[in-house]
Design a protein around this ligand. Structure first.
Ligand code: 3HC
Length: 701
């Protein structure tokens, strides 16, 4: 007979077994109602004389994804999660946990407090709190090191990695695996406790002595990481208390957890987590996506090869088209090489690779794309070439096929107008390497049909990519912002900061690489081509820095030609290229600039202000739906530091008023480049924040 305590937690009594079911879709997050339901269930079953053993399990696809992230930053509601865990451990009757699917954070901590743990084969366990700028705050840092080897506990807690069921069993997190479904496994395990074949114990009573040398080594290792985030280091500090009596250790863990809860890293990392999900809220979300069971990719260059690989990895058969047999063969070899790489990294089985390779075809005949559901064009960035190609596709492709262009900046409206079906044309802007980078800009042209947008988002989720909706403009969201802030770096270089100083300042700030090191990696010829394309329309009042052009004219394109701003040795270590330094000096002399010093703070302030300024204009112009969409683009496509949450999240920390003041001060040197966007001025005047616009527009426009 089932007795409802709360909608989200229900209890059921089967003979001597009290079953507790967590049912809070989609992922059984442990919000206040669940915590209250669990506490009440323990109380009811604890009192019931018939019940001799209690078994917890989860309904749906997960045991539990942990604490409810949406409650962070709000006033706490009792009972708190650590109290619920303590009540589980303190229960006089044996309590067992049966875990399946996602068992993360507080979800795993509930299970660690139980007296035995059973895992189903699909269970994935982890304490991912550090990825949100936190540490396990409901006993994880105290109970896990009591159950498993210290080294493994440090690894799991400080990386947040997921542990599959088999490994969890061998480490000692789980006591047993079960093949049954969650409820049946709970009954069977409880029965095993009753007949004495499944031993139970109180985790908190296990005595361990964490090795101080291992703790010190882990702390030092994490301190060397860049950026050296506080959460993993504090998590290891919490683990160091696991040698103390449980109550004291839990108190120390709680204090460290609360410190992190108030930290900006926590806010930024959770904003980044939310950004990945918020971008799915688009006006076209309700439109029915079209089925995509086959695809064609035109172009066998780096982009075409990456896109074909990404589609194949999502299980979509691909036909790749190139102009001649030789290039087709090269592209084929590269795609197969990418699949081999996925096998080496354990992302794909050899059998799957063989199967996928069998669904990959190449051809020199465009007509072979007649039957495919989706075509992605990744040819040379030339509007005449693209419009010609789309005219051909219009004649060849079946009705209803999605015709996508991977252009990085060309006008998708013009490309769509080359067909008689502009409603079926969309921009799918992948980032290189396309089978690795998570960002996909979905460029919606004036006549693109809503179901085409829904199809693109559906496709992105099959490819495990973060799709962000963008309007049409030169460079869309990401490259438009990049083109702007990149100039700020060039202006500082011309005015006296060295490229090594600029890179160093931004790497200290949190970027994996500074802009000049990135340019060397991407190839200096790429930016050169863009500048040449834009030269005829460049306003005469725009300040132009020709340093990169001079480096390219010398034939140095960065890493691929062995030198650019830097010289590289075989290990990839960089030292400034003396010839590039000479070019910088010569350009300063030509421009009549008297070099001045820039502090690290000033470099970061100018660079970030430029980025935020253009990001604001992109929102103001309606190119991005919300500020959080811009954050997602920079986070998932441009290496923006995750703990800062994206440029417009960072802007809220700086404050609109200070940003306006900075722009106005910089504008005294260059009033053409530094202009205050209207939206930023509005926020400054009203005391508003970008995040208010996220909240207002979360359901799309
Ligand atoms: N709290 C609240 N909502 C959550 C949540 C959580 N812990 N985890 C996921 N959700 C929400 C998502 O925001 C999303 O909502 P939406 O549909 O409104 O956008 C929905 O659940 C489904 O999530 P996903 O789209 O991410 O679905 P996936 O299947 O791709 O992934 C997941 C599921 C693996 C559970 C992933 O969401 C995830 O990693 N969640 C975070 C898990 C986590 O970090 N847990 C630790 C929390 S901190 C903690 O427990 C503190 C404790 O120590 C005190």
């Amino acid at each position: 007979m089932a007795e409802q305590t709360q909608d989200v937690v229900s209890i059921e009594i089967e003979g001597k077994i009290g079953l507790v079911r967590i049912g809070n879709p989609p992922v059984n997050a442990l919000g206040a109602a669940v915590r209250q339901g669990l506490a009440q269930a323990l109380e009811t079953l604890g009192r019931d004389p018939q019940v001799q053993v209690v078994a917890l399990y989860g309904a749906g696809r997960a045991f539990s994804a942990g604490a409810d992230i949406r409650e962070f930053g709000k006033p706490p509601v009792d009972p708190r999660l650590p109290d619920v865990c303590d009540r589980i451990e303190a229960c006089e009757k044996p309590v067992i946990a049966v875990v399946h699917g996602t068992t993360f954070g507080g979800g795993l901590e509930l299970a660690l407090a139980a007296h035995a743990r059973i895992g189903l084969a699909d269970a994935r366990m982890g304490l991912p709190e550090v990825t949100l700028g936190l540490l396990p705050g409901a006993g994880g840092t105290q109970r896990l090191p009591r159950l498993i080897a210290l080294e493994a506990a440090i690894d799991i807690i400080s990386t947040g990695r997921q542990v599959p069921a088999e490994e969890a069993l061998s480490l000692g997190i789980l006591d047993r695996l079960s093949q049954a479904g969650p409820r049946q496994a709970a009954i069977e395990a409880a029965q095993a406790v009753l007949d004495g074949s499944l031993p139970t114990r109180h985790t908190g009573e296990i005595v361990v002595t964490p090795d101080p040398a291992m703790i010190a080594a882990a702390t030092a290792r994490l301190g060397k990481k860049r950026p050296a985030l506080a959460a993993p280091i504090k998590a290891v500090e919490a683990i160091s208390h696991a040698g103390r009596p449980l109550r004291e250790g839990l108190k120390a863990e709680r204090a460290l957890f609360m410190e992190l809860m108030d930290s900006p890293d926590r806010q930024g990392l959770i904003h980044s987590f939310n950004a990945e999900r918020a971008v799915k809220r688009i006006p076209e979300a309700g439109a029915p996506p079209r089925p995509v069971a086959s695809a064609g990719v035109i172009g066998g260059g780096a982009m075409g090869v990456g896109i074909a690989t990404a589609l194949l990895q999502a299980g979509i058969p691909v036909t790749l088209v190139e102009t001649n047999v030789e290039v087709v063969d090269q592209a084929r070899a590269k795609v197969i090489g990418n699949l081999d790489g996925a096998v080496k990294r354990g992302r794909l089985t050899a059998a799957d690779r063989d199967w996928l390779a069998g669904t990959f075809g190449t051809t020199t005949r465009l007509e072979e794309l007649a039957p495919v559901d989706l075509v992605i064009e990744a040819v040379f960035e030339d509007i005449a070439v693209k419009t010609g190609l789309f005219g051909q596709l219009d004649r060849i492709c079946k009705a209803g096929a999605i015709l996508a262009t991977n252009t990085s900046y060309l006008d998708v409206n013009t490309i769509a107008a080359a067909t008689a079906r502009p409603q079926d044309v969309i921009g799918l802007h992948f980032f290189s390497p396309a089978h690795v980078m998570r960002l996909l800009e979905v460029v919606v042209a004036d006549k693109t049909a809503p179901e085409m947008v829904a199809t693109a988002f559906d496709l992105a989720s099959r490819m495990k990519k973060v799709a962000v909706r963008s309007g049409v403009c030169d460079g869309f969201i990401g490259n438009r912002i990049l083109a702007h802030y990149r100039k700020a770096a060039d202006y500082m270089l011309l005015d006296g900061a060295s490229f090594a100083e600029i890179d160093h300042a931004l790497e200290e700030f949190g970027f994996a690489m500074g802009p000049f090191a990135v340019a060397d990696l991407a190839g200096l010829d790429i930016g050169w081509a863009t500048r040449k394309r834009k030269a005829p329309t460049r306003p005469p009042e725009e300040r132009y820095v020709a340093i990169a052009d001079r480096i390219c004219e010398a034939g140095w394109f960065g890493r691929k030609s062995g030198r650019g701003y830097y010289l590289y040795d075989d290990a990839g270590t960089r030292v400034p290229n003396p010839d590039a330094l000479a070019i910088v000096a010569a350009e300063r002399a030509t421009a009549g600039v008297k070099a001045r010093a820039f502090t690290q703070e000033e470099i970061v302030a100018r660079y970030m202000t430029a980025m935020i300024s253009e990001a604001t204009s992109v929102v103001e112009d309606g190119i991005a739906l919300r500020p959080i969409d811009v954050d997602a683009v920079l986070l998932f496509g441009y290496g923006f530091p995750r703990h800062l949450g994206g440029p417009l999240n960072h802007a809220d920390r700086i404050g609109a008023r200070l940003l306006v003041e900075r722009i106005e001060a910089y504008a005294r040197e260059d009033g053409h480049y530094w202009q205050v966007p209207r939206l930023l001025r509005q926020l400054a005047e009203n005391g508003g924040r970008f995040d208010d616009l996220n909240k207002a527009n979360l359901d799309g426009r």
